[in-house]
Design a protein around this ligand. Structure first.
Ligand code: DP6
Length: 330
């Protein structure tokens, strides 16, 4: 087998400050609104792709184990997009590993599909622009588009495949924010993001959220630019609350918050307002709370979370770079 058909890439997970929830085109994952996130340097996926004329089908191993059919079908569907785009007709063997345990309730689809996209293109010995890689990764998982570019990344919603992609807003070292993730449940979510995006429009609040998203996005961008934590915190929490309000008023309703999530959210606000700790919260499609804070307050946030409940597991991450090719990983 020629080495030319093997490629390995790494991509980081990301946490959105303005959320992606709902699509105008479900199949292409063209989102209803633009979003912005920070890549997480300490949470990443490394993926090796090997294309071969000898393979009769695609195959997938995750963390050393043969994957289930559902995961393989989603990966294979994405590999087909790559085959179509690059004009190749080989099947692939994919091996992927996360540096964070699966089933911790920390999203892995963003890092997975970003790493898969880059590795598959690299393995085929082709080069695509960052913009094209981002748009391609988006088709596998919307949030993966934001894990291709470095640092704080904005995903432009776009009404066509070509115009819906993410790019760096500012580099990861522009503002030293830390994500202190309070993991309160490892349970697999009953309704995943894909199904949730599909029902977002059944909430009467979705149009209000979408119509006002651009304004919040500009506020978040301004506050990042100025490193203004007070303004940043207000908008980030509001956007998370709005997304969860849409979830809770969709048909069927989706309730991701648990009692402890709410306790943490209330505590975070009080730490900020009463003790001057620069921290705010945001939650994705799950009960775990991402406590975003400035580096100098990270230790305080960790010990305060530990004091709240001994059932909270904590994982932290700094802002990270974009996806990249790695050598000699497997
Ligand atoms: C709540 O990107 O996981 O985390 O496109 O179906 O893979 P799929 O959805 P996904 O949705 C992420 C939703 C979110 C908010 C966000 O990251 O912007």
């Amino acid at each position: 087998m020629s080495n030319n058909f093997i490629g390995t890439a790494r991509a980081h997970s990301n946490i959105a400050f303005i959320k992606y929830w709902g699509n105008i085109d479900h199949k292409l994952r063209l989102p209803s609104n633009s979003s912005i996130s920070m890549n997480l340097s300490d949470l990443y996926t490394t993926t090796r792709v090997e294309w071969s004329h000898a393979y009769q089908t695609d195959s997938l191993k995750i963390n050393g184990e043969k994957s289930d059919d559902k995961a393989l079908a989603r990966v294979s569907e994405h590999l087909q997009r790559v085959r179509d785009r690059l004009g190749i007709n080989m099947f692939a063997n994919v091996e992927s590993k996360n540096n964070f345990p699966m089933g911790t309730g920390i999203a892995s689809s963003a890092s997975s599909f970003a790493a898969l996209t880059l590795a598959a293109v690299e393995a085929a010995n082709k080069t695509l622009s960052e913009r094209e890689l981002s748009a391609l990764a988006r088709c596998g998982s919307g949030s993966a588009s934001r894990s291709i570019p470095s640092g704080y990344a904005q995903w432009h919603f776009g009404t066509t495949h070509e115009t819906s992609y993410a790019e760096t807003f500012v580099e990861h070292d522009y503002w030293d924010l830390v994500d202190v993730i309070a993991i309160i449940s490892r349970e697999h979510k009953k309704t995943g993001s894909y199904a949730g995006h599909g029902t977002a429009d059944t909430s009467i609040l979705q149009s209000v959220r979408v119509d006002s998203a651009e304004k919040r996005l500009e506020l978040v961008k301004d506050s990042i630019k100025q490193r203004d934590f007070v303004s940043f915190a207000d908008v980030v929490e509001e956007d998370s609350n709005l997304m969860h309000s849409v979830m809770m008023t969709s048909r069927p309703p989706l309730f991701y918050w648990q009692p402890l999530s709410i306790e943490i959210m209330t505590s975070v606000r009080s730490w900020r307002e009463n003790e001057g700790i620069q921290v705010c919260y945001t939650l994705d499609a799950g009960p775990n709370v991402h406590c975003i804070c400035v580096r100098s307050d990270a230790e305080k946030v960790i010990s305060k979370l530990e004091a709240l409940s001994d059932t909270i597991e904590i994982r932290t991450s700094s802002a990270g770079r974009g996806s990249y090719i790695v050598e000699n990983e497997y």
